[in-house]
Design a protein around this ligand. Structure first.
Ligand SMILES: Cc1cc2nc3c(=O)[nH]c(=O)nc-3n(C[C@H](O)[C@H](O)[C@H](O)COP(=O)(O)OP(=O)(O)OC[C@H]3O[C@@H](n4cnc5c(N)ncnc54)[C@H](O)[C@@H]3O)c2cc1C
Ligand SMILES: *[C@@H]1O[C@H](CO)[C@@H](O)[C@H](O)[C@H]1NC(C)=O
Ligand SMILES: *[C@@H]1O[C@H](CO)[C@@H](O)[C@H](O)[C@H]1NC(C)=O
Length: 510
């Protein structure tokens, strides 16, 4: 009997990020024997990438487990592999729900080199957080009054500040704080401007309880442990996939050679000319890559409505710039240092002269903790087109510009970072950005449609030839590691239940 056991089904997973690895892990546990992963680069992990700065660990990609609590599969795996500090695993910290508030110990510096008082800025932070929360509520309740999160927050922030802080001399600086927080939110969302993020769909993203935590030994340790559970040689590295020929239209030779098993519905063609046959392909490549390469990636091409969703969904850039210092210039207990441009009280348009002003998009630095592990390292956050431009500059120029920025904001002309490391996700040819957001005009339907396997339901062709996983295909956890992992498991489950249909309900007395 042909192909009624998953054991002999040939499954090719494209992409060795956490979603691809998760899919392979689950299939193999359920008895699938012919599973392979094809990866473009020479490494596994994708957007989980641990790097080094002077012998210390820094995360070039994912940094936190967002919402480390029992519902989070990344947290459960990390506990199982014993990769976390005890504090992170305490019941107490698992139930913390910070609701997106910035850390307690913030420092605020202004473009005229002044340190600003927490009491002056706290009201602005509070208003901003309330508006962010309100933005999320439109998804569950009413029609949104405008189309983007940016427009809504700016309108409300101005209205409230004009009303509440009318004659207050702190009004301008608080409005500048809104600008800084909007830039930070661009990084969180992975977009150029919050004006591009859909207000009605913003609340689709769900946060889990738990105080975000990091991997003391690096996020890639998780990948190493997962890979160790897979058969050796399951991954074919350095093999970028060029085209997935489905519905059997590629070459008839391939069909003949596999005639024993019935017709082989999919042929995967790599850039180097190699081809691989499969019954099922699980595509986990980033949305950024799909946007750029959809025209050549599938043959026959993607159905129109799927293509439109790929085009409509957002995929922006968020980068980090790590700086190491001999001595800290910040307070010992500072966790984050915000930068406020005093002239940005009226929400200026995005930077006009990229060459001279890209650095204005850098919203804040987080301080790497604990000191015993990292020494004195800051991580600067920069999103959007300015971030993409930064990637093209030589490292010395980035170093020079960031040094000038710090000297200006601290008023200390001697500050000199020792070393610098940055991420360059936009120019990574197999990622093309950082992560997914719901762009203006998008809805959950776009993610559903992106996820729908090929051929579409109703077709008479062999089912489940091309399946779609990866961060972008999770409706409430897109842009995260746990979202990515869950989508890999989801597509593995789709195949598992295809080959092992759930038994018909058995009545009690049998
Ligand atoms: C700067 C940054 C910070 C982040 N911080 C966090 C965080 O703190 N917490 C969090 O939860 N998430 C974070 N994320 C998001 C998280 O890293 C991703 O959502 C997750 O790792 C995506 O996994 P994936 O398997 O979907 O995709 P990926 O990890 O991108 O894997 C896809 C794989 O496909 C490969 N590929 C692409 N094209 C081809 C091709 N043509 N042929 C073969 N292979 C191909 C790629 O090389 C890659 O290995 C961050 C991301 C970035 C960029
Ligand atoms: C919770 O986390 C914080 C910050 O990491 C830590 O200081 C604290 O000790 C943790 N709480 C418990 C009960 O472990
Ligand atoms: C999703 O796909 C269906 C067809 O399967 C289509 O009718 C619908 O308009 C699509 N939705 C979006 C948002 O593209």
């Amino acid at each position: 009997m042909a192909l009624h056991s998953g054991a002999d089904a040939r499954v090719l997973i494209i992409g060795c990020g956490i979603s691809g690895i998760g899919a392979a892990q689950k299939l193999i546990r359920h008895g699938f024997r012919k599973v392979r992963i094809i990866e473009a680069t020479s490494r596994s992990g994708g957007r989980i990438q641990t790097g080094g700065l002077d012998g210390k660990i820094v995360e070039i990609g994912a940094n936190w487990i967002h919402g480390p609590s029992q519902e989070n599969p990344v947290f459960r795996l990390a506990c199982q592999y014993q990769l976390l500090d005890g504090e992170c695993m305490s019941e107490e910290n698992q139930s913390v729900d910070i609701g997106g508030l910035p850390p307690l110990f913030s420092t605020w510096l202004s473009s005229s080199g002044k340190k600003l008082e927490a009491e002056v800025l706290a009201p602005a932070v509070e208003v901003f957080m309330t508006l962010l929360k309100k933005s999320q509520e439109f998804y569950h309740s009413s029609r949104a009054p405008m189309s983007s999160v940016g427009e809504f927050i700016k309108r409300e922030a101005l209205r409230i500040s004009n009303k509440e802080w009318k004659d207050d001399e702190a009004k301008k600086i608080r409005q500048a704080m809104f600008s800084t927080l909007l830039k930070l939110e661009c990084g969180v969302s992975g977009t150029h401007t919050m004006d591009d993020v859909d207000l009605e769909a913003f609340g689709m993203y769900k946060s889990l309880p738990g105080l975000d935590c990091t991997f003391p030994g690096g996020y890639e340790g998780l990948i190493t442990h997962m890979m160790n559970e897979l058969p050796k040689d399951i991954v074919l590295f350095n093999k970028p996939v060029k085209c997935i020929h489905w519905n059997n239209i590629h070459n008839s030779q391939a069909q003949q050679s596999s005639s024993k098993q019935g017709l082989c519905p999919v042929t995967v063609q790599c850039v180097n000319g190699e081809t691989f046959e499969a019954d099922h392909v699980i595509l986990t490549i980033p949305l950024g890559y799909m946007k750029r390469n959809h025209a050549t990636l599938l043959n026959p091409p993607l159905p129109r409505h799927k293509l439109h969703s790929i085009q409509r969904l957002g995929f922006g850039t968020n980068n980090k710039i790590f700086l190491e210092f001999e001595q800290p210039f910040w307070d010992e207990n500072s966790e984050v240092i915000f930068l406020l441009w005093e002239d940005e009280y009226d929400f200026p348009d995005p930077v006009s002269d990229m060459k001279t002003a890209w650095i204005k998009k850098l919203s804040c630095f987080t301080v790497l903790k604990p000191v015993e592990r990292y020494g004195h390292i800051l991580c600067g956050w920069i999103a959007g087109h300015e971030s993409e431009y930064m990637e093209t500059l030589p490292e010395e120029e980035v170093m020079h510009t960031v040094t000038r920025l710090l000297r200006r904001f601290t008023g200390n002309p001697t500050i000199t970072p020792k070393k610098l490391v940055r991420s360059q996700w936009y120019h990574d040819p197999y990622t093309c950005g950082s992560y997914t957001y719901v762009a203006k005009g998008c809805s959950g339907q776009d993610i559903d449609n992106l996820t729908e396997p090929l051929p579409l339901t109703g077709s008479k062709a062999k089912p489940l030839q091309v399946l779609f996983a990866g961060e972008a295909t999770h409706k409430s956890f897109f842009s995260t590691v746990h979202g990515a992992l869950l989508t890999g498991w989801r597509e593995a489950d789709r195949l598992i239940s295809h080959y092992n249909p759930a038994p018909k309900k058995i009545t009690a007395h049998l």
